[in-house]
Write a protein that binds this ligand. Structure first.
Ligand code: HAM
Length: 428
């Protein structure tokens, strides 16, 4: 029996990789413009790191983490997100002493044992972006505008929702108001929501049951409970977003699946990926660095985008974003003598930067021309016995079918130079 990949773990096949590279290159380019530096952090961390940051009472920590005892018996976890690891590295290496405001990003696989479906995997990839050291609302707007720009430059249309989740000064009073509201409706809501009323009341607002959602229409809204500082921060974030002309909607019932958020939260949503509507999401986490043992009062904000979801969206909305790259030249050598001559020439051409293919076995002309078509070669160089006898090779433009004879005599460098010039002079 053949062995297949694990459920929710997906191979990214060669024909898909172009889209991935296009997305990553486009995002990296924008991150660079905004002053971000890449950081690469391990996939495996101490379980405690995620329990302490994401929160013990979240779905991720309660039931989705790939945690196991390693060979020493220590509990380790395959990272379910990037933020906790980036902050751990930030604290561990004292990065704030090098630069007061750190702008960091990382790209890589994350692991959550969720029920797989379209756009939801157990191994998925995130672009995860964090800024540490500044709590000014203009930064919140700048970061959201950057996320918006990443999608815009990919040619993707999404909608943006924002909210404020308050801070440790104002959230407890809101939580209490919400718990009182829920207490009066325990008979009307699902078991999960009843459980969460006690363990993590804000999360009930995210319940997928339409029946529960009907009950929550009149639930108290956090925005009516913000302290002066949080209300002002949110107002300034909104004003700054308007200055940057980023269109948004305020959703006072938007809560996040991770417990570390304070103040601004946001989600970039689409209605074309079925149940998986968020292509990116994030927010401010001003207490998280301290919670992980770092400097007290070190603010932070960030977001992550799901690359699988971006790939799906790009396929739907902008399929031509990434045209297939064509081979510059296919060298068709026929027979052993010609193949031996062509072999070092191909290497030389590749050293000069051309994308060149050849058949290493010197198969028939028909077979090789088929290969040249399959490789979408712009040119073919034919070295047959006849050509060899004449001391020539034939360069064929595969689009116009025009042919020219090139001298084979002398060092391969000479022919190489002629080919490089001939190919470069033909506009793509
Ligand atoms: P998150 O909302 O859990 O936030 O995930 C961010 C994005 O990752 C989602 O919007 C979605 O696009 C993608 N994603 C999440 N789970 C899956 C999955 N199972 N399959 C495919 N894609 C998925 C975070 O992870 C935070 N660390 C974001 C952040 C960074 N907040 C501040 N800094």
């Amino acid at each position: 029996m053949t062995i297949q990949a694990l459920k929710g773990f997906k191979d990214i096949l060669p024909e898909e990789v172009g889209l991935w590279q296009h997305i990553e290159a486009s995002a990296r380019d924008i991150l660079h413009r905004f002053g971000f530096a890449e950081i690469r952090v391990p996939i495996l961390e101490k379980t405690e790191l995620f329990a302490r940051s994401i929160g013990e009472a979240t779905d991720i920590v309660e039931k989705e983490m790939y945690s196991f005892a390693d060979r020493n018996g220590d509990s380790v976890t395959m990272r379910p997100e990037g933020t906790a690891s980036v902050l751990r590295a930030f604290i561990e290496h004292g990065l704030q002493t090098r630069l007061p405001v750190q702008r960091l990003y990382t790209i890589g696989p994350m692991f959550r044992h969720e029920r797989p479906q379209k756009g939801r995997l157990r191994q998925f990839h995130q672009l995860s972006v964090e800024v540490l050291g500044l709590d000014h609302p203009r930064l919140d707007a700048e970061l959201i505008a950057m996320a918006w720009l990443i999608l815009e430059e990919l040619g993707l249309t999404t909608s943006l929702q924002i909210n404020s989740l308050g801070c440790p000064a104002c959230r407890p009073a809101y939580k209490e108001a919400l718990v009182n509201f829920l207490a009066a409706r325990q008979d009307l809501i699902c078991e999960d929501c009843r459980r969460r009323t006690v363990s993590n009341p804000l999360r009930v607002l995210d319940c997928k049951s339409s029946h529960c959602q009907e009950q929550y229409v009149d639930a108290p809204a956090i925005l009516d409970h913000l302290c002066l500082g949080c209300a002002d921060h949110f107002a300034q974030t909104r004003a700054s977003l308007e200055l940057l002309a980023v269109p948004y909607a305020v959703n006072p019932f938007m809560v996040r699946g991770l417990d570390y958020y304070t103040r601004t939260t946001f989600e970039l949503l689409t209605d074309t990926l079925g149940a998986q509507s968020a292509v990116g999401a994030g927010g401010r986490y001003d207490g998280l660095v301290a919670q992980l043992g770092g400097a007290k009062g070190m603010p932070g904000i960030g977001f992550a985008m799901g690359l699988e979801r971006l790939v799906l969206l790009l396929g739907q909305q902008n399929a031509d974003a990434c045209p297939e790259t064509a081979t510059d030249l296919f060298v068709a050598a026929l027979g052993e003598e010609a193949t031996v001559k062509a072999f070092p020439l191909v290497h030389l051409l590749r050293r000069k930067g051309l994308q060149v293919a050849m058949d290493l076995e010197g198969k028939s002309l028909k077979s090789q021309m088929k290969q040249a078509d399959r490789a979408k070669a712009r040119f073919a160089l034919i070295l047959g016995e006849e050509e060899l006898a004449k001391g020539e090779a034939v360069l064929r433009d595969m689009t116009s079918k025009e042919q020219q004879a090139l001298p084979l005599a002398g060092e391969p460098e000479a022919l190489c130079a002629v080919l490089v010039t001939a190919i470069a002079s033909t506009a793509q």
